[in-house]
Design a protein around this ligand. Structure first.
Ligand code: ADP
Ligand code: MG
Length: 238
């Protein structure tokens, strides 16, 4: 687990300035939600934190290390997306353990790690199945299992629940909260859903047009939004 520090992070695509100076300090074990309307730069920022995209400027540190100075294979970051590409021909067990398999973790150790992750997510009865035999919610749990099993120092989620129906969304929200409490992981979680943001985050960053408008505890944002945009976006009675 680790702290996350962003200082003056900028990103441009040609003449389009997508991130205009992002500052964040997230404590070890913190749960930061990036909340904002579509197109405000949430996924771009997450991609930069993951090291999938290079920032145009600024500094990104995980613990004491600068992200772009660490080779991708040495970064212990796990990302969960809304489209969870499971390997269709592999069993659930192999899907969850595939990252460990690639790293050369011995089979016995892998089996134990997969079992622990599967129990935590309550999918240990599904280990012999193939992805096609699972419901959407079960697949999303497997995708999370694949991330957990690697014991990442940082978890990144990009709208992981937006493909699920309302009932499942509530269920998985509870699940993610429980995981955070159990694992104590540092998490950055992207969503455009206010309820998700306010119930999950220890901190919420409300974004607009490549800037953070307010970064604070959910209650603080709700009670004291800094401007009209924040107030109307989160629906607080300002
Ligand atoms: P969000 O996740 O908040 O919906 P994104 O980070 O995906 O927003 O996108 C922010 C802006 O950056 C959008 O205007 C999008 O069109 C633009 N953008 C994202 N990726 C690229 C890219 N690879 N090339 C050009 N523009 C991009
Ligand atoms: Mg996005």
């Amino acid at each position: 687990m680790a702290t996350l520090t962003l200082e003056g992070v900028r990103k441009s695509f040609g003449s389009l300035d997508v991130l205009k100076g992002i500052d964040v300090a997230l404590e070890d074990g913190g749960f930061l939600v990036l909340l904002g309307p579509s197109g405000c730069g949430k996924s771009t920022l997450l991609g930069i934190i993951a090291g999938l995209e290079e920032a145009t400027g600024g500094d990104i540190r995980i613990g004491a290390r600068r992200v772009n100075e660490v080779h991708p294979k040495d970064r212990n970051i796990a990302m969960v997306f809304q489209s969870y590409a499971l390997y269709p021909t592999m069993s659930v067990e192999r899907n969850i353990g595939f990252g460990l398999e690639m790293r050369g973790v011995p089979a016995s150790e892998r089996t134990a790690a997969v079992k622990r992750a599967a129990e935590l997510l309550q999918v240990d009865h599904l280990l012999d199945r193939k992805p096609a035999q699972l419901s959407g919610g079960q697949r999303q749990r497997i995708a999370m299992g694949r991330a957990i099993v690697r014991e990442p120092e940082l978890f990144l989620f990009d709208e992981p629940l937006s493909n699920l129906d309302a009932k499942l969304r509530v269920e998985m929200r509870t699940e993610i909260k429980r995981l955070h409490e159990r694992l104590g992981s540092t998490i950055v979680y992207v969503t455009h859903d206010q309820v998700e943001a306010m119930t999950l985050g220890t901190k919420v960053a409300v974004m607009r047009g490549g800037t953070i408008q307010q970064l604070a505890a959910p209650r603080e944002i709700y009670d004291r939004p800094v401007n009209m945009f924040v107030a109307s976006f989160i629906g607080s009675p300002a």
